[in-house]
Design a protein around this ligand. Structure first.
Ligand SMILES: Cc1cc2nc3c(=O)[nH]c(=O)nc-3n(C[C@H](O)[C@H](O)[C@H](O)COP(=O)(O)O)c2cc1C
Length: 369
């Protein structure tokens, strides 16, 4: 982490309400994203080394991506590449625009390097987001890295109409993006996680595949899982991936569990309803990655997310079986140099281990090497 971020900027940012500072930062990044010179300047400070990964027929300049939820409405799309990210996952987008839960709904547990959130898929809706994507393309500011979309269910849509809701969003967003992530694992939409049930999920996958049945260019569809699922429930999801052509797993979303803490400020944050992310999620998310990797014998690509702050954290996820990784809470705590630092640390690790490509490191530890 840069000295400046830790000692000057972060204390200033953390002295303000989490969501207000998020919105203000997104406003600045939106402005930056519209100006090529500003992005070039950002890239010269924050740009990451090349560490390419080929996956889903796409080329990722490096394996560090922006996790879903940070840029729900594609407001700052060009800025993420300028900050060194190797790919961006936008969203969650839902079919109906919705305000999300009442504020406050994001809380920092600073000493634990964690966040509890119950945003509830606040977003402008799939059609408005599609227009925003067209805007960035017309402006000539589309990033030179893969861009995906996290799809959520609208709150007003009943569970038994979920497949149609996801398919509607997919239909309007599909032409504009490189990959999609079906999010059935957020704890902040009532009963959403019941869609991780095999039958319900199968219906959603089937509806999405139907949308692209006649298309020549099929877009990879992944599924994002909760860290709170049992391995048995995870295995049921894995059974669907082959028959339904699912391209990969994103592991994991935030957790509804809470670790013990003696710190009263932390206890107060942990008492808030919502999903916990950051450092306390790290070990469980790695366990889920290892399980998926072993269960699928490494055949199903995994995007590892949950408590990644440093190159060592990223390496652990890759060695457990992740082909790509993502950060959210790490960006908040480590600041905008996080990609540059993680990628340069990964390059150094590869050199130290005598490996030429990142692909050689995937699942090393899960294979017991
Ligand atoms: C404020 C906030 C909003 C989020 N919104 C979404 C979302 O819309 N869709 C989703 O799949 N995950 C969402 N997430 C989860 C992250 O994408 C990620 O899976 C999780 O935070 C674990 O990674 P981390 O420890 O690096 O934060 C959100 C997380 C936070 C903190």
């Amino acid at each position: 982490m840069s000295w400046f971020y830790r000692n000057a900027l972060r204390p200033l940012l953390f002295s303000q309400d989490a969501e207000s500072i998020h919105n203000r930062t997104m406003g600045m990044l939106n402005w930056a994203g519209r100006h090529e010179l500003i992005c070039d300047a950002m890239r010269s400070f924050l740009g990451a080394a090349e560490l390419p990964v080929e996956l889903f027929g796409l080329r990722f300049p490096n394996p560090v991506g922006l996790a879903a939820g940070m840029d729900k409405n594609a407001n700052a799309l060009p800025a993420w590449a300028a900050m060194g990210f190797g790919f961006t996952e936008l969203g969650a987008a839902t079919w109906h625009a919705q305000p999300g839960n009442p504020q406050p709904r994001v809380f920092r547990a600073i000493t634990e390097e964690a966040i509890v959130n119950r945003m509830g898929f606040n977003n402008h809706g799939a059609e408005a987001i599609a227009e925003k994507l067209v805007y960035w393309k017309k402006l000539g500011r589309w990033p030179r890295h893969p861009v995906g979309m996290n799809l959520g269910k609208s709150k007003i849509t009943p569970l038994d109409k979920a497949a149609e809701d996801y398919a509607n969003s997919f239909r309007v967003l599909r032409p504009h993006l490189d990959f999609f992530v079906v999010n059935v694992s957020s704890p902040n939409t009532p009963n959403l996680r019941e869609l991780q049930d095999k039958g319900a999920l199968d219906e959603i996958f089937s509806a999405l595949q139907e949308v692209q049945r006649d298309s020549e260019q099929r877009k990879p569809i992944l599924v994002k899982v909760a860290p709170d699922l049992s391995f048995e429930a995870l295995d049921e999801i894995l059974e669907l991936t082959g028959p339904r052509n699912i391209a990969g797993i994103v592991a994991t979303n935030t957790t509804i569990s809470r670790p013990a803490s003696q710190d009263s400020a932390v206890q107060k944050v942990y008492a808030e309803t919502g999903g916990l992310s950051g450092r306390p999620l790290q070990a469980r998310s790695t366990e889920v990655i290892r399980h998926v990797y072993q269960q699928t014998k490494g055949a199903l690509p995994i995007i590892g997310v949950g408590g990644i702050f440093t190159a060592a954290d990223a390496w652990e996820k890759i060695a457990a079986g992740a082909s790509l990784i993502q950060v959210y809470t790490g960006l908040v705590y480590e600041g905008p140099t996080i990609c540059r630092d993680i990628v340069s640390g990964l390059v150094a690790q590869l050199e130290e281990k005598g490996l030429i490509k990142l692909e050689s490191a995937i699942g090393l530890r899960s294979k017991g090497l």
